[in-house]
Design a protein around this ligand. Structure first.
Ligand SMILES: Cc1cc2nc3c(=O)[nH]c(=O)nc-3n(C[C@H](O)[C@H](O)[C@H](O)COP(=O)(O)OP(=O)(O)OC[C@H]3O[C@@H](n4cnc5c(N)ncnc54)[C@H](O)[C@@H]3O)c2cc1C
Length: 565
């Protein structure tokens, strides 16, 4: 027989970027909250370090592909193969425990993509049911609670902001300075991108970030980088209303006969199956696993998966893809760039963010110059892997290479989706997530145009050779999961309403990137946190007080058609 715990007000499944703010807001509002994570709660001083082999080659923080595989195929006719697609850490803190930390704001155009562009053949464009204006107060709250550095006003096309950043950015690295040189020569508006850390003299009075070479994919042993485990979770625990249950794999969301969520079933570290009832269930497992858990949670009321009357759960998945161009400089002539060290991301631009149809595609994304990596995994496409040729390449370029990356804003397509693999199962005996993904023609055109532009910037900065990495297929390397449980006004075309609340299951909320109807052109984590905070405020104000009425969104007027910037 299953064990049963005392009921609580709220359960949150997944304690990453989406789950963290919800835990804080709801426990601070006085509700009893339990947060589950299938992974452990690591101790930074003991578990984190700058060990390149451990983090980059043995993927210490990534999900173990033997225990939690995923399968991938490019279309319905292909056989899906096991592949560690979009591997975000499985531990308390989720992706925030090792992410590089780009935390730019979205722009107004991100929320009205369909109004701006209409229908795009083969894609499933939609407007968000909220506007930038609805999110803005929460973007500010996150910047001032999580701790984000930036330079207000530096991005010439930025949407309005109600408050400055709490911290100035770090100074640029050597490769950052080169990036600014190249951008300035071409008249490109470049600036220090917002990052999830604080610097000396910040307004929050927190310690400045420890400057280290080890950011992207490394945990931070000093805990000076902003993450969910250094901010939202301690704040939630301080209320006395919040409990973390780590090493607890949630396998099912329970519903009653009417289809209201009643709680979850999870398996603890000893393999014991336990029930936890709650008045409200929040899913924040990351967009792939949230969709999978909903599809796994079948019942008499929901035979096709929880809240899936529309059949939309899992569809319209977007993942971004991280693409880049590498520039090689002359080691006899140029100063070293030291691309293996300094703040991982050191200057970027949103100059090409808004649509300019003369480029041959719609939309656009953020670019930034980032590290070229430590010695074992130096990023140099075509680098010889053996013998004298490898030594020569490393001598010439280890300190004389830089790269400019690009976050591809991929178009949502109904056929790009997450469903349950019919044959492959995880360590708990459950069907794994199968990802079907093929780039849209707009994705291919956008990536080619932008990577060519990045090469131009590198050349303007003095690179003697440039190497492009264009989009060929999606590998999930950006780990930006969005769209699988989209928000929308129409219950036949979406799964969630404007509050992240499931149509037809009023006490079920999905508060990670799954709700995003279109992919942002920026990294999504700041927006995930802000949207989770916004929806959690709604839950605290209405639902948990026993009010059935749905709050109206503040009126922000007509959708404005933006001229490309
Ligand atoms: C190397 C790397 C660098 C990145 N850099 C950036 C960056 O610079 N900027 C940016 O915006 N984004 C970045 N990202 C992406 C960022 O990590 C994600 O956008 C973010 O973490 C998503 O938040 P989430 O809450 O949706 O999911 P997550 O943070 O992944 O949290 C989900 C949590 O749910 C738990 N979980 C899953 N299934 C279950 C289950 N069945 N039961 C219980 N718990 C479960 C997981 O263990 C995990 O802890 C990066 C990702 C990677 C991998």
């Amino acid at each position: 027989m299953k064990r049963k715990m005392e009921p609580v007000d709220v359960v949150i499944v997944g304690l990453g970027a989406g789950g963290g703010p919800a835990a804080m807001v709801l426990s601070q509002a006085g509700y009893k909250v339990v947060g589950f994570d299938k992974g452990p709660w690591l101790r930074p001083a003991e578990h984190y370090s700058g060990d390149e082999l451990k983090y980059q080659n043995r993927s210490y923080l990534w999900p173990d592909v033997d225990l939690m595989p995923r399968t991938v195929r490019s279309d319905d006719q292909s056989v899906a193969e096991i592949f560690n697609f979009s591997p975000v850490p499985s531990n308390v803190g989720g992706g925030t425990s090792h992410m590089a930390g780009w935390t730019p704001r979205p722009r107004e155009s991100d929320f009205i993509f369909h109004s701006l562009h209409g229908d795009l053949a083969g894609a499933n464009l939609a407007d968000w049911p909220i506007r930038y204006e609805h999110l803005e107060p929460y973007l500010t709250k996150v910047e001032w609670t999580y701790g984000i550095s930036g330079l207000a006003g530096a991005d010439k096309g930025a949407a309005f902001r109600s408050k400055d950043y709490p911290s100035e950015p770090l100074p640029p690295t050597r490769f950052g300075k080169k990036f600014y040189e190249g951008a300035s020569a071409l008249g490109i508006n470049a600036f220090p991108l917002p990052m999830s850390h604080l610097t000396e003299g910040n307004a929050l009075g927190r310690p400045a970030v420890n400057r280290s070479s080890f950011w992207n994919q490394y945990g931070d042993p000093t805990e000076t980088r902003s993450s969910v485990t250094t901010t939202f979770i301690p704040l939630a625990l301080a209320t006395g209303n919040f409990e973390v249950r780590a090493d607890s794999f949630v396998r099912h969301v329970k519903v009653d006969r009417q289809g209201r969520a009643t709680g979850v079933v999870y398996v603890d570290n000893d393999g014991v199956e336990i029930e936890q009832d709650a008045r409200v269930v929040i899913l924040a497992l990351g967009a792939i696993e949230s969709a999978r858990l909903m599809l796994l949670s079948k019942s008499a009321r929901f035979p096709d998966g929880l809240a899936n009357d529309s059949g939309v759960v899992g569809k319209n998945a977007t993942f971004h893809e991280y693409l880049f161009a590498v520039g090689l400089f002359d080691n006899e002539r140029d100063e070293p760039l030291n691309g293996w060290t300094g703040n991982y991301q050191s200057g970027g631009s949103m100059h090409f963010y808004e649509t300019d149809e003369s480029r041959g595609h719609i939309g656009g994304g953020i670019i930034a110059t980032t590290q070229t990596g430590q010695p074992i995994n130096m990023i140099l496409p075509g680098r010889p892997t053996w013998g004298q040729a490898m030594k020569d390449a490393d001598r010439s370029y280890f300190s004389h290479a830089m790269k400019i990356g690009f976050i591809l804003q991929d178009m949502p397509q109904e056929t790009n989706r997450v469903d349950l693999d019919p044959t492959v199962k995880d360590a708990w005996g459950l069907p794994v997530a199968r990802i079907t993904n093929r780039p849209h023609a707009n994705d291919l055109a956008m990536s080619r145009w932008q990577i060519d532009k990045n090469m131009e910037i590198l050349q303007a900065a003095g690179a003697t050779r440039t190497i492009p990495v264009y989009l060929e297929r999606f590998t999930g390397n950006a780990c930006h999961q969005q769209g699988t449980v989209r928000m929308g006004i129409d219950p036949e075309k979406s799964v969630l309403n404007e509050w992240g609340q499931a149509h037809g299951v009023d006490n079920l909320f999905v508060l990670d990137g799954a709700g995003f109807p279109t992919a942002l052109g920026v990294n999504p984590t700041l927006t995930i946190m802000a949207n989770s905070w916004r929806c959690s405020d709604y839950i605290a104000q209405t639902h948990l007080r026993g009010r059935a009425d749905r709050l109206e969104l503040p009126n922000t007027g007509e959708v404005r058609r933006q001229e490309p910037k």
